[in-house]
Write a protein that binds this ligand. Sequence first.
Ligand SMILES: Nc1ncnc2c1ncn2[C@@H]1O[C@H](COP(=O)(O)OP(=O)(O)OP(=O)(O)O)[C@@H](O)[C@H]1O
Ligand SMILES: [Mg+2]
Length: 314
Amino acid sequence: MRTIIRAVGKAILRTERLCKTFEVGVRRKRVQAVKDLDLQVHEGEIFGFVGPNGAGKTTTIKMLMGLIFPTSGKAFIYDAPIPSAEAKRRIGFLPENPSYYEFLSGAEALRFFGRLSGVEPADLAGRMTELLELVGLAGAADRQIRKYSKGMQQRLGIAQALVGDPSFVVLDEPMSGLDPIGRKEVRDLILELKRRGKTVLFSTHILPDVESLCDRVGVIIGGQLRDVGRIGELLSPRVNSVEMTVDGAVGETAEFLPGRVLARDGSRLTLSFPDEASAQQAARQLLDGGGTLVSLTPHRETLEDLFVRRAAGR
Ligand SMILES: Nc1ncnc2c1ncn2[C@@H]1O[C@H](COP(=O)(O)OP(=O)(O)OP(=O)(O)O)[C@@H](O)[C@H]1O
Ligand SMILES: [Mg+2]
């Protein structure tokens, strides 16, 4: 794989009023999992598809991958209506709960997936070496998958998604079940894919990962896309609160400051203020009274705040 850096470009994925309704049980109760979804993913970007459990992320991805049929609406990948065999050749996919034949080694499984993806036999060995290196499994290639840790299995899953050298990579919950180190490895891998010119769509409910990785995000709740855009555009720039830690003057100055006490540790006090003006006024009062200002941290809306606000229907 060559390193290509491209500007974020045209929409390679487009959905128009995409809907999926399931009928469950003997009474055929209708569950509308995805409702009128209009989504676009642009060439070269990392798009985060976020939403709480049951929001409709996997259902959407399964429709896009041609695993289930939409009830109504349309979707196009590389301008071809789904399901398209031609588009599929350009897509790499990591399903939500991948399962492997556990007695195979990582290398054997990858060779199998490579053949399934139509990789030329002459190219297979080179592609596998490169991929195992990329996902950090070169040293464990000959170990049986049942002896892989969860993180190693997830990285093998990503290698599997990349085996056909796709230009569009779709990952359903790639960080699920991983520890912070495993998550960082997968994050780095996704950034590497972008550096190589690939477009990445991934779903998650691990919001810090989204904030540090994605060019754009779509927030889906109850099957509906509630927000879509760059994170900076979605979050309110307003300061929600200011946290201040002071020291040295408890009982004299700090006790008289107007903020709400969040924590007390010996002579150190952490206070919260509703806005920057009141925090600055209190800081002056503290310094005039001989106290020490340890830290002053403004809190702006985070993706988590937005997510919780949307989940509460606001
Ligand atoms: N095969 C199915 N039959 C009936 N209902 C289904 C089916 N698949 C999904 N659903 C329902 O559709 C809704 C969306 O589920 P989906 O798996 O798409 O959510 P998700 O956003 O991927 O959630 P999670 O974060 O837990 O993976 C849920 O109410 C779920 O119960
Ligand atoms: Mg899911």
